[in-house]
Unconditional design. Structure first.
Lengths: 223, 428
């Protein structure tokens, strides 16, 4: 689950402080898929990174997968992201020098404690790729995959560690309509399976699939 | 697994930027190769210099005093009493007297079986010094004895080991005679001599006696151009030929440790005696020249390693700046800033290790080539070594450790830069 209370964040530019989030409250329960919509520059991605324990420079309270972020050391935040949070990005953000399966293995290689062998991590990554129907593309570099395939690799990577929270930033923004529908369906299935799914989007088809749609405008969240 | 995981990621990152990694490794390779090559050369030349000047750091050569008040009062004479007092000095472990033979000895023929090594008609004046058997330590051949056999007996002698090398490389070519066959042991050969005969007629004694000198060993403690015979034999010959006792020519003083030498030298001088520092000074001069040259070359190699570190720092910094988004993705997947720092440091270490491995291999491969070139270009001189390079195992380890260390040092700033990447900003 995700619980944000009074989250406030601003950026500093030449003109001074620019508020981005103004006292945002948000709850995403397990099994729920919430879509955040809003115009460009409204702070949707910033909210997502706060919820994903990537951004620590904010005021307010954030609890992710039952772990309060306040006072968490960098290593503990990293561990939380590794174990409990999965990220899916608009531009996929796969490491270009690695094959599909190697990209999926990354969370396993960064896991603290519970040592697993390279072979075990690879086998687990192969399972994750099988779940997104990409077993036959495991050894391909991202450059040889279509947009939809790259996004499925990114989803397999996000699901590798069995997260409780899935955060997606415009996940269908670079995909055609058919492929995008498939990804949205997959997110809905993952939410139904018990994940807390938070999707930032400005696409209506994504909003339609969500349990709730929230609008972010001028740093404030509303229905 | 996690450290192996970070190493795996570092390898993957290097694989993704093969060209940059190869250039960095090449820089580390040059530094490692130069370091190993020059250090091996310095150590090898140093070892050769030690063979050429085998000065024992614990030995102090004591000579009779110069004309001083102490000398006028009898304080500068090297007699048995002086030897006892020298041996009793604080820091002295032993005192071994030497006495130059003042009876001429000459050889007019070769040792048995070595006719090819004797120019026809040559008479060789043999300079002889009497030494205490203890001075030679274990240099006397097995089953042979270094002691006076009395009148008419074969006289045991010991030769400087270095003289053989000089004979082979200088004397034999100059005389136009054969060199000593490689591996030949000349210990045990006997040389017929005439005791009392000098090639300078005025110095020939009234009594000339045929005798045989038997080589019983080779030693670095025997003066290079003298034959050493037992001190007792020299004293007996002096008595037989009526030579007055003038005290010992020299006393070799053995210090308990090299650190005791300065104090011992000062005490000797206070006794009104002199200290011959010629051989030690030569050895020290050569050692200093070799050490300074080696130091300069190693410094040059160190500069190369430092330049490699700078090149790696520059290259990795550029690489980190170009990979900000990838680093942010790693952080999103669970990498802490310390992990990111570790990955970049591991990249540096791997580059340094690869460069070091190739550099050490290249340096080792270049050594026989350099030896071959030296053999072709340099004249044959005494103590010329088979190889100018020493190859201790630690040198290869050093050749790996230094470029790795240099590369890791070079990676410190890029690693800090990578650890400071703000993932939220980089991914936005």
């Amino acid at each position: 689950m995700i619980r944000l209370r009074g989250v406030t964040k601003s950026f500093r530019d030449a003109g001074g402080e620019v508020p981005v989030l103004r006292g945002v409250d948000l709850d995403v329960a397990a099994g729920e898929m919430v879509a955040i919509v809003g115009p460009s520059g409204s702070g949707k991605s910033t909210l997502l990174y706060v919820a994903g324990a990537l951004d620590r420079d904010f005021q307010g309270e954030a609890v992710i997968a039952d772990v309060p972020l306040a006072g968490l050391a960098p290593a503990a935040r990293a561990d939380l992201r590794n174990r409990a949070v999965g990220f899916v990005f608009q531009s996929f953000n796969l490491l270009t020098g690695l094959s599909a399966i190697e990209n999926v293995m990354l969370p396993g290689l960064l896991r603290r404690g519970a040592p697993r062998s390279l072979a075990e991590i690879r086998a687990h990554a192969a399972d994750a790729l099988r779940q997104v129907a990409l077993s036959d593309k495991a050894e391909q570099p991202p450059a040889r995959l279509s947009g939809g395939e790259r996004q499925r690799v990114a989803i397999a990577r996000a699901l590798f560690a069995g997260p409780k929270v899935l955060l997606a930033d415009e996940p269908t923004g670079n995909l055609d309509a058919v492929t995008g529908e498939g990804i949205i369906r997959l997110f809905a299935e993952l939410a139904a399976a018990g994940l807390s799914v938070l999707v930032v989007t400005h696409e209506e088809r994504v909003s339609r699939a969500a349990s709730r749609v929230l609008h972010l405008a001028e740093g404030r969240l509303g229905s | 697994m996690r450290s192996r995981g970070l190493l795996w990621i570092a390898l993957a990152m290097l694989r993704a930027d093969r060209r940059g990694a190869l250039l960095d490794a090449a820089a580390a390779c040059v530094g490692a190769a130069a370091l190993v090559f020059f250090l091996a050369l310095g150590l090898g030349v140093s070892a050769s210099a030690r063979r050429m000047f085998p000065a024992d750091a614990r030995l102090v050569e004591v000579l009779p005093g110069n004309v001083t008040l102490g000398g006028v009062l009898g304080g500068g004479r090297l007699d048995d009493d002086a030897v006892r007092r020298l041996a009793a000095l604080p820091g002295a472990a032993a005192a071994w007297p030497r006495l130059s033979l003042r009876v001429p000895v000459a050889a007019s023929g070769p040792p048995a079986g070595m006719q090819y090594n004797w120019p026809p008609g040559m008479t060789l004046q043999v300079p002889v010094v009497g030494v205490a058997p203890e001075l030679l330590g274990g240099d006397v051949g097995a089953g042979l004895r270094f002691e006076d056999g009395g009148p008419g007996g074969t006289i045991p002698v010991v030769l400087s080991r270095r003289l053989l090398e000089i004979y082979d490389k200088t004397i034999a070519p100059a005389w136009g005679v054969r060199r000593l066959p490689a591996g030949l042991s000349i210990v045990g050969v006997e040389l017929p001599v005439r005791v009392g005969f000098s090639i300078v007629p005025q110095k020939t004694e009234d009594r000339i006696v045929e005798a045989r000198l038997k080589l019983v060993g080779l030693s670095d403690r025997v003066p290079i151009y003298q034959l050493a015979m037992p001190l007792q034999t020299v004293r007996r010959l002096h008595a037989e030929y009526g030579k007055p006792d003038q005290g010992f020519t020299q006393v070799t003083l053995l210090a308990a440790s090299p650190d005791a030498v300065p104090a011992l030298t000062a005490a000797v001088r206070r006794m009104g005696l002199s200290v011959d520092e010629g051989e030690r000074a030569s050895a020290e001069r050569v050692g200093t020249v070799v050490a300074v040259t080696t130091g300069a070359l190693v410094f040059l190699a160190g500069v190369m390693c430092a330049l490699a570190a700078l090149a790696i720092a520059r290259s990795l910094s550029a690489s980190v700046r170009g990979r900000v988004k990838e680093i942010a993705v790693l952080q999103a997947l669970g990498a802490a800033p310390s992990d990111v720092r570790g990955v970049v440091l591991a990249e540096g270490a791997l580059v340094g290790l690869a460069g070091g491995l190739v550099g050490v291999a290249l340096a080792i491969a270049a050594m026989p080539l350099a030896d071959r070139a030296a053999a072709a270009l340099l004249p044959d001189f005494p103590f010329r070594p088979e190889t100018f390079f020493a190859r201790p195992a630690w040198l290869a380890l050093l050749g790996l450790a230094v470029p790795v260390l240099a590369a890791v040092l070079g990676a410190l700033a890029p690693a800090a830069l990578a650890a400071r990447v703000d993932p939220a900003r980089a991914l936005s």
